[in-house]
Design a protein around this ligand. Sequence first.
Ligand SMILES: *Cc1c(COP(=O)(O)O)cnc(C)c1O
Length: 230
Amino acid sequence: MGVKERYQKVDAELAEVCRANGRSRSDVTLVAVSKTVGPDAVADALEGGAHDFGENRPDGLMQKADLYPQAAWHFIGNIQSRRIHDIVGRATLIHSLFSEHHARKIDQVAGERGLVQDVLIEVNVSGEESKSGLAPADVPAFLALCENLPHLRVRGLMTMAPQGDLEVARQTFEGLAQLEEQLRATLAPDRAEAFTEMSMGMSEDWREAVAAGATIVRIGRAIFSDTFEE
Ligand SMILES: *Cc1c(COP(=O)(O)O)cnc(C)c1O
């Protein structure tokens, strides 16, 4: 199987898992995480019907987003201040915001360019030390700060689950869904309307994420690696 076929296989299974959970396929965006592959593999995925791609480095984002502007490009990696001008405007959605300094800089650059940048707040639900993101208790204050930045629009939350235990992954995703619901209740109606996204689930745990309400899954190896085994 090539990239095109693997993309279509994941896409078909996603439709099945949505159905099994009483959800609509159109409620979940499948982001093909192309961070480990070159432009040719992106072309294969596009041929298979992919529309959304994820990159974790500004250089990969710039190269591929500029080659394939017909796709939507998501930035899912570590944000560095000095690269923010390369990400703003190019990324449809920045998934990995959790610092005040970065929030202010993204707002500033977006303002200079006359646009509003969509972002997600990354949350470290599991508390694993190796994971980045805010502790759940720190999210309300950070969201309030972001809501005051006119060129930033917070669309929801993002998390990564610990690897290797699907039960722990399920609890992590349910934790994010609970937090999202609590936060939405605190927002003004027009802001709550935009605060709908939950980016969670990767190659091994996306089924648990969809069951917990993910609106975006980020899948890399299951699409792009020919050695990936469930
Ligand atoms: C690499 C990466 C993914 C995709 O992981 P796979 O296990 O390859 O599906 C998803 N999200 C983030 C933030 C990543 O860095």
